[in-house]
Design a protein around this ligand. Structure first.
Ligand code: FO1
Length: 336
């Protein structure tokens, strides 16, 4: 029987946890790897930045470290058992971003990636080589694809007192904890960019397309803005099932509410569904939407948009609940 192909659109931490749950659920449902579905993650690279001469790709790294089982579970980013000897030296030299800690092990990844890029590898090829190293060379249970091989960075318009200016998303997010008011996100480099043939092919061959409960504006929204992605989704035969990143009017983690309010979207599961739009209506993308049981009252409002909606347990507080959520998304997709 033809192996199923699953594709999940992800940002950073929430996407990594959801994808880890999906892998666990698939292992439970399909004990034999021979007929276990393939999983491809299309990952946001809008948070990427040049720091101390190195190309840093936060969301790809969250996905790689989490799926390799070497992530720092408490902080939600970077490596477990990390040290910061080199970053202290960089700070002493005034090189890099002192407020954005690059651990020693993490720097190993950034040095390796930057070396590969300087050899002429695309980011997609570099990710393939970086991910192959884990699990004694067996690699990861999920193929990671950057949303594009072009440098497309999310910058944020703020006013620090000298008038409007654009700063890198990570500076806004980490240095200012998203507390600086903003009204605009700009994807610098989007003009000449396009998605990759690997992304187009993964979407085309997918049996189900899942949107992880990642930040709808700067993660999922950023992926959707890359030329070629929406077109591929519109042409795809697979159903698109989204998981709400908002529960009872609150973000599950991170500061997605700061991003949503910046673009005038209410922090609610229904408003995010509206932001993504119904696939059957004008250039929307959703066929199905999963909301938390706490938001069961939103189901009818989202259904009225032409998006089939279901209320399920949405908190990913541990491995079991993450796997159950992934299973609910798979079961919902199977109904289309
Ligand atoms: N987040 C922080 O809050 N503080 C940091 O110093 C920090 C460093 C860092 C280094 C590498 C990396 O891949 C991620 C890092 N992050 C840090 C998290 C980062 O802001 C997030 O992973 C996403 O970019 C936003 O969701």
């Amino acid at each position: 029987m033809q192996k199923q192909n699953l594709v999940v659109f992800v940002g950073g931490v929430g996407g990594a946890r959801f994808t880890r749950g999906l892998v666990a659920e698939l292992e439970r449902r399909h004990p034999s790897p021979a007929e276990r579905p393939n999983v491809t993650a299309i990952v946001n690279t809008g948070d990427d930045a040049w720091i101390a001469g190195l190309r840093v790709t936060p969301d790809l790294d969250s996905m790689m470290y989490t799926l390799a089982g070497v992530n720092d579970e408490q902080r939600g980013w970077g490596r477990a058992g990390e040290s910061e000897r080199v970053s202290a030296e960089l700070a002493a030299y005034g090189v890099g971003w002192p407020w954005f800690t690059l651990g020693d092990l993490d720097l190993g990844t950034h040095i390796a990636r930057t070396a590969m890029l300087r050899e002429g590898l695309s980011l997609t090829s570099a990710v393939e080589r970086l991910t192959a190293r884990w699990n004694d060379g067996a690699g990861l249970p999920v193929r990671l694809l950057p949303m594009t091989d072009s440098e497309v960075e999310t910058h944020v318009e703020v006013d620090r007192g000298e008038g409007p200016e654009l700063i890198h998303f990570e500076e806004w997010w980490v240095r200012y904890r998203a507390a600086l008011p903003t009204t605009r996100f700009e994807q610098v480099g989007l003009q000449g960019a396009s998605t990759t043939w690997q992304v187009r092919e993964a979407i085309e061959q997918a049996d189900a397309l899942l949107l992880a409960p990642s930040n709808p504006v700067v993660s999922i929204g950023t992926i959707l803005a890359v030329p070629g992605v929406r077109e591929a989704l519109a042409a795809a035969s697979a159903p698109v099932i989204g998981v709400s990143p908002i529960i009872a009017g609150r973000v599950v983690r991170g500061m997605a509410d700061a991003c949503l309010s910046a673009i005038g979207v209410e922090t609610s599961s229904a408003a995010v569904a509206e932001f993504y739009g119904a696939r059957r209506r004008r250039n929307g993308i959703l066929d199905g939407w999963l909301v938390a049981e706490e938001d069961a009252d939103a189901v009818s409002r989202v259904e009225a948009l032409g998006i089939r909606t279901r209320a399920v347990p949405l908190w990913m507080k541990d491995a079991a609940s993450s796997a159950a959520l992934a299973g609910a998304a798979l079961d919902f997709a199977a109904e289309f």
